[in-house]
Design a protein around this ligand. Sequence first.
Ligand SMILES: Nc1ncnc2c1ncn2[C@@H]1O[C@H](COP(=O)(O)OP(=O)(O)O)[C@@H](O)[C@H]1O
Ligand SMILES: [Mg+2]
Length: 311
Amino acid sequence: MIEATGLTKRYGDTTAVEGMTFTVRPGRVTGFLGPNGAGKSTTMRMIMGLDRPTSGAVTVNGRRYAEHRAPLGEVGALLDAKAVHTGRSARDHLLAQAATHGISRRRVDEVVEMTGLASVARRRAGTFSLGMGQRLGIAAALLGDPQTLILDEPVNGLDPEGVLWVRHLLRGLAAEGRTVFLSSHLMSEMALTADHLVVVGRGRVIADAPVGEIVARAQSSAVQVRTPSAPQLAAVLVRDPGVEVTSLEHDLLEVTGSTPPAIAAVAAAAGLVLHGLAPVETSLEDAYMQLTADAVEYRSTTPHAAAGGRR
Ligand SMILES: Nc1ncnc2c1ncn2[C@@H]1O[C@H](COP(=O)(O)OP(=O)(O)O)[C@@H](O)[C@H]1O
Ligand SMILES: [Mg+2]
């Protein structure tokens, strides 16, 4: 379990993290989602005791990282896959880390096997691709068989097979009752991996809820109606205050401010035939864009990335 309370970090004039309060619980995968610059890596460094909070606190299983006697057995982290001694082999890198905690060679070989590094374990880590580096970082995080895992953008640089592998691994670890906290700026990957999301923007928590709830909350209230009598239906629908109708195609309307049963009732009363009536689905991607629309630090000028989702 990870608990952050009023966690704040300033670097000079930059406030990287501002008053974050959240709890990451065991037995599920919690996604830490936010645009670049939102403060995810800074928060993770503070969890691991690599950066000191300006104010507030964060604990793992009730203690600050430095207060744990054998931290590798408590919490494993992948923060920067490039942070390895490039001249050492992958196996030697893991053996050196294992030695600091009295972890056996057998466990080293186990994590090498688990992360699919067996065939390259004796190669110098400096020759590794980003994807292999990520695997090595995950192997190091798993070394102490920790109850809590923290991974900063673990799928960056992985091929599709690697992405799938990470997803299964993390879901499996959560199913064993572990606490799994991973960051990403990629909504689509998070949707498939996480059960719960802590969404952040500009250093603050903007949502903390189950994945499904975040989508439901952003659910657009629009309903699409297919009818051969589109103009007539539009005319009767807009008599209700608050209802707006947009014509999408000659026989397709998008209605806001109403519900499928209410639209059906209005159509029936006017003797108009309906061919289809469907709430407009909000994708997790849309929900994310809506949540973070005001929180994107570096906004792209291309219309595609100019947040705001569907509306
Ligand atoms: N060591 C540092 N010195 C100064 N500013 C930093 C430092 N680390 C991060 N920042 C700033 O803090 C903000 C949050 O960064 P970061 O935690 O890396 O975000 P994320 O991981 O969500 O992309 C950014 O504005 C970044 O430039
Ligand atoms: Mg980051």
